[in-house]
Design a protein around this ligand. Structure first.
Ligand code: UDP
Length: 235
């Protein structure tokens, strides 16, 4: 087994990554695939923090009628459902995990406490961050950037339904090319929708590289952690 390139990683899992083909809800098969890939990397000795999204259940900005703040709180609650599902599958497979939430719900999970999260990681527990930043008008991509900076993660692994960043929408344009690398400014200038501008800026300010890749193939998280060039690197 080759040695990992990183000691501590931040894995951002979008809600869609847990939804499978249906595109909504939580798919047990996908949950298993994701968990196995996480455990494979954990077994390499890598400390893993995870931010989960909620888009498979609810996205605040998609509801134009509802008060935005309320819709966003509903989105944050959706991330808790995903976090608990992920915790459950990881623990069924024998891993130690902790869920920490940015909005207190002590009967369900620990509140987010940075030092405690770091301690869990040092002890080999997988830490799952839920409720995003705890604030409306933000995204879980921004949460991944923020928490990565806070816990000194070396890299953000942005697991997507596509295998990297393209210069055009690959679903609409057959000539779209996958880009191997980009810098933060290019992502902002070209308006590439890979991550929102707040998240990209935070990564740029804190010099945290982002690797965008597809979760479809097994072992992809491991490949990224071993330094194999798959997907797109943004730095
Ligand atoms: N959200 C929020 N503040 C945060 C993170 C998330 O209000 O700090 C809400 C927002 O409504 C968002 C939803 O939670 O649409 C789900 O998160 P996101 O869309 O980032 O999930 P993903 O696209 O990764 O599944």
């Amino acid at each position: 087994m080759s040695s990992p390139k990183y000691k501590r990683i931040m894995l951002k899992l979008s809600g869609e990554a847990l939804a499978g083909d249906k595109g909504y809800g939580i798919d047990e098969t996908m949950l298993n695939i994701v968990a196995d890939q996480i455990i494979e990397v954990k077994n390499m000795g890598v400390e893993i923090a995870i931010v989960v999204g909620g888009g498979n259940i609810w996205r605040g900005r998609n509801d134009q009628e509802m008060d935005r703040t309320t819709a966003d709180y509903m989105g944050m609650l959706a991330t808790v459902i995903n976090a608990l599902a992920l915790q459950d599958i990881l623990e069924r497979k024998g891993e130690q995990t902790r869920v920490q939430t940015a909005i207190e719900m002590r009967q369900i999970a620990e509140p987010y406490i940075r030092r405690r999260a770091v301690r869990h990681l040092e002890k080999g527990r997988i830490v799952i961050f839920a409720c995003g930043t705890g604030n409306p008008y933000f995204s879980t991509d921004t949460t991944a950037a923020l928490r990565a900076a806070e816990i000194d993660a070396e890299v953000i692994l942005l697991a997507k339904n596509v295998d990297g960043v393209y210069d055009a929408d690959p679903k609409k344009d057959k000539d779209a090319c996958k880009l191997d690398s980009l810098n933060y400014i290019e992502v902002l200038d070209k308006g590439l929708g890979v991550m929102d501008a707040t998240a990209i800026s935070l990564c740029m300010d804190n010099k945290i590289p982002i690797i965008v890749f597809g979760l479809d193939k097994s072992h992809n998280i491991k490949k990224v952690v071993e330094g194999e060039q798959i997907g797109t690197v943004i730095k």
